[in-house]
Design a protein around this ligand. Structure first.
Ligand SMILES: [Zn+2]
Length: 156
């Protein structure tokens, strides 16, 4: 399984045994390093969308590849300890009513970070922020934090 593997992890592609045929055909992927952008559960398997450090020969412009997590070697997870302690990540309301120039940061349950749209703690519909450096923790003390999310997130 994907224990210890999450967005922001640095990985090396160790093999292509478990990955899709389309991925397996790109043999040059083996040995390449990159960052896990997100995890993609498929039935009992979990794939990681890996953002390669460099393109491989024959696939110009394609930096991101879905690779089965069992084919990946974990190099480092700098935010591992950090991620364990993050109950809420940041969600953005694209066009907040009343303050169109200011983006408000809402609290989104961490386990919903891979969805397009989620209900924030304050019940507003928001878009979770994905970052290649890992999870973006919701900071209730930020000037940009939604006051309702800051209050409720505290109690949760
Ligand atoms: Zn909110």
């Amino acid at each position: 399984m994907s224990a210890g593997m999450f967005p922001g992890c640095r990985v090396v592609i160790g093999s292509l045994l478990h990955s899709h045929a389309a991925t397996r055909s790109a043999r040059d992927l083996v040995g390449r390093s990159g960052l896990v952008v997100r995890l993609i559960p498929r039935g009992t398997s979990v794939y990681a969308l890996v953002d390669l450090d460099d393109e491989i020969r024959g696939y110009p412009g394609q930096r991101r590849w879905p690779v089965h997590v069992d084919d990946l070697v974990l190099v480092s997870s700098p935010s591992a300890a950090h991620a364990e302690r993050v109950p809420f990540i940041v969600g953005i309301e694209p066009f907040p009513a009343g303050s169109p120039t200011r983006s408000v940061r809402h609290a989104v349950p961490r386990d919903q970070s891979d969805r397009e749209r989620v209900k924030a703690v304050c019940r507003r519909s928001v878009r979770p922020v994905r970052s290649t450096i890992g999870l973006l923790a919701f900071d209730p003390s930020s000037a940009l934090a939604c006051p309702e999310c800051a209050d409720l997130g505290h109690q949760a």
